[in-house]
Design a protein. Structure first.
Length: 141
C-alpha cells in the first residue's frame, strides 16, 4: 500500500466532506444492501433446495462488489444521492481505478470505524482508507 501525501492538483475546486455526510451516505447504501438481501432471500425461498453456494455468492456479490465497483465509477448510490464523489487525491478530476477502490474498501472493512479517525485530523478530511488508496471524498461546489 502506498500512502501519498502530495497536494491535490486544484484544492480550491472541491469541498472536503465531514464525517456526517459520509455516515449519511453509508446509511443509504446499507439500507439498499439489506433491502436487496431481503429481496434475494424472498426470491430464493420460492425455490426448493437452493444450494448454499447460490446464497453465499449472492451475499458476496452484494457486499464484496457493490461498493468497490461503484466507487471506481465515481461513487455508490448513497454517494450519488448525497452528491459525493470519490476521486484521486493527486488529481481530483479523475476517478479512482478499480485497484484503488478495492484497496480503499479492504482497509475500510479491516479497520471499521477506526478508519474514519483521521478525517478531522487533516485539511482534506481523508480517512485512513483514503490515505491508503490515494483517494479523497469530495462534494462538487
Amino acid at each position: 500500500m502506498i500512502i501519498t501525501m502530495n497536494e491535490p492538483t486544484n484544492p480550491d475546486i472541491n469541498i472536503y466532506l465531514s464525517l456526517l455526510k459520509r455516515v449519511q451516505s453509508i446509511l443509504i447504501d446499507n439500507i439498499l444492501i439489506i433491502s436487496a438481501m431481503f429481496i434475494i432471500a424472498g426470491i430464493l425461498s420460492n425455490y426448493e433446495n437452493v444450494p448454499d453456494w447460490v446464497r453465499i455468492t449472492s451475499f458476496i456479490m452484494l457486499v464484496g462488489v457493490y461498493e468497490p465497483l461503484l466507487m471506481s465509477t465515481g461513487g455508490t448510490i448513497g454517494n450519488r444521492l448525497m452528491k459525493l464523489q470519490v476521486r484521486q487525491y493527486a488529481d481530483e478530476t479523475k476517478r479512482i481505478n478499480i485497484f484503488q477502490s478495492y484497496s480503499r474498501y479492504f482497509v475500510k472493512i479491516l479497520l471499521g470505524w477506526l478508519s474514519f479517525i483521521t478525517i478531522h485530523m487533516n485539511k482534506h478530511k481523508r480517512g485512513i482508507h483514503d490515505l491508503a488508496a490515494g483517494s479523497v471524498m469530495i462534494q462538487k461546489k
